[in-house]
Design a protein around this ligand. Structure first.
Ligand code: NAD
Length: 491
């Protein structure tokens, strides 16, 4: 075992033994049992993760509630300095976090720098700490002003496909706004969020300001139901989101929901076809092995260039470097769990037998030296039937659907004929068409001739059943603020 591999093993052992962060204490409470965590690349059992439940959430929310007044009273420059120190630590520790992420959920170290990414969000929101402004309402009979205030305790339910990133996107703006946080990473990838919490303590974050309880549905439900939690920011699938909404209804709790997608990617004949095909495969198949909410998984190619684009897609898929995510030469790793692998292979099998499309490449589990891991071959279906299950639902695996179109109105109608509306991608050399489609496509993010910028200053979130609320920019911090109106009569 190499030095870096053995230090990642040590980190996983330490984080597993420590368990949850509640106040400034690590506590391995497992009131909801334990989860056998396997290395996605090898299938080896690597940890028995404590699953927190109602008991651990209760203690974490109590700690966050108690820490609230002190955090709000801290001079703003100190609040910002702590967040900036956290950003520095995230960057300094990024190589270790990337290796940890590879073992957490199978993301290759070449594809994701989780510490650098999270740090960008933490630093961006550190800059907002002293820039949240109120407002004076013009009136002739007194002083009428608007005071933005934190909610108190925020519940942050973080997904497994980017646990450290998710902490940056949710925790940083919540803390910058003056809230305290109870974060709940999922059991299947808890390590990135726990490492983020370790670094936050090292940066000097006061006790109880950030608490992390690892767990599954039990912990998630307890967090959403707790009346002391002022708002919940949830990232996950739309089915779970419905359960979260039902639970939130008990206390009429506001929510921000970042959900799934089936993002359309439209290639017009005037596009740079090499770039379009390369990005279609890198983003639609390779990156995160297709396990990303806003990745372009529904590729519409104009009939005039369909055959030449498909030829390029198949060549790109064959050229994808699939392998050990801890190896810097791999671009595509395994999927997250054996269950995910089986589910994705099931989707591929059904699509094939139902005639939803023509399997152009892939479709099976990889063997050889990858046979013990959860590796699905880069898979592309051509001539996919619009309206089929394959073209409609999120696969969350390395499976690209390619559909034909002949004119702009037709493709816009088909792209918008989806319950989701997270991302949309367009490849064209026609600037007028680019702007026109940016307006016509029903999605929270439209990307022209490239890949998402993912700037912490830009709003990220969905239309339709891809959710509501935004992460990033002023919109991201406003999610964690409520507006109080103060009226002083007279004068
Ligand atoms: P999931 O819905 O299964 O789980 C999300 C989180 O909810 C996990 O932490 C899980 O433990 C928790 N949870 C499960 N049941 C719960 C319940 N009944 N009450 C409260 N919490 C509960 O999703 P996932 O498999 O972790 O993530 C994949 C999904 O997330 C995909 O649909 C993907 O598109 C979406 N996603 C969206 C974004 C985004 O920003 N829009 C980012 C990443 C992933």
């Amino acid at each position: 075992m190499s030095t870096s591999a053995s230090s990642t093993t040590d980190t996983i052992a330490r984080l597993t033994a420590q368990g949850h962060l509640i106040g400034d204490e690590w506590s391995p409470g497992d009131s909801a049992g334990r989860y056998a965590h396997h290395d996605p690349a090898t299938g080896r059992l690597q940890a028995e993760v404590a699953l927190g439940g109602a008991a651990e959430i209760d203690r974490a929310v109590a700690a966050a509630t108690a820490a609230g007044p002190g955090w709000r009273a801290l001079p703003l420059e100190e609040r910002a300095a702590i967040l900036n120190r956290l950003a520095d630590l995230l960057v300094a520790n990024d190589p270790g976090s990337a290796l940890l992420n590879a073992r957490d959920n199978g993301t290759p170290i070449s594809a994701m720098r989780p510490g650098v990414y999270a740090a960008a969000w933490v630093r961006y929101y550190a800059g907002w700490v002293d820039k949240v402004e109120g407002h004076v309402v013009p009136t002739s009979n007194g002083l009428d002003y608007v005071l933005p205030e934190p909610y108190g305790v925020i519940g942050a339910i973080v997904p497994w496909n980017g646990p450290m990133m998710g902490m940056g996107q949710k925790v940083a703006p919540a803390l910058a706004a003056g809230n305290t946080v109870v974060a709940k990473p999922p059991e299947i990838a808890p390590f990135g969020a726990l490492r983020f919490a370790e670094l936050a303590l090292e940066a000097g974050l006061p006790s109880g300001v950030l608490n992390v309880v690892t767990g599954g549905a039990d912990a998630g439900q307890a967090l959403v139901r707790d009346p002391r939690v002022g708002k919940v920011s949830f990232t996950g699938g739309h089915v779970t989101a419905r359960a979260v909404m039902v639970a939130a209804a008990e206390t009429l709790k506001p929510l921000a929901l970042e959900l799934g997608g089936k993002s359309a990617n439209i290639v017009f004949p005037d596009a740079d076809l090499d770039t379009a095909a390369m990005l279609a495969v890198l983003l639609g198949v390779g990156l995160l092995s297709g396990q990303g909410c806003a990745l372009p998984t529904r590729l519409f190619v104009h009939d005039d260039v369909y055959d030449e684009v498909v030829e390029r897609l198949v060549a790109q898929a064959a050229a994808l470097a699939v392998g050990d995510p801890s190896d810097a030469t791999s671009f595509m790793g395994p999927v997250v769990t054996d269950a995910a692998c089986q589910r994705i292979l099931g989707v591929i099998g059904r699509a094939t037998s139902e005639g939803s499309g023509r399997l152009l490449t892939g479709g099976d589990r990889l063997g050889g030296n990858l046979a013990d891991g959860y590796f699905v071959a880069p898979t592309i279906f051509g001539d996919v039937v619009h309206g089929s299950d394959l073209a409609t639902n999120e696969v969350f695996g390395p499976v690209l659907s390619v559909l034909r179109f002949t004119d702009e109105d037709e493709v816009v109608a088909k792209a918008n004929d989806s319950n989701f509306g997270l991302g949309a991608y367009v490849h064209t050399a026609d600037v007028g068409r680019a702007h026109r489609l940016a307006r016509r496509l029903e999605a929270g993010m439209v990307i022209i001739n490239g890949m998402p910028g993912m700037s912490p200053g830009a709003p990220f979130g969905g239309y339709k059943q891809s959710g509501f609320g935004r992460e990033g920019g002023r919109w991201g911090i406003e999610e964690f603020l409520q507006q109080k109106n103060v009226f002083i009569a007279g004068s």
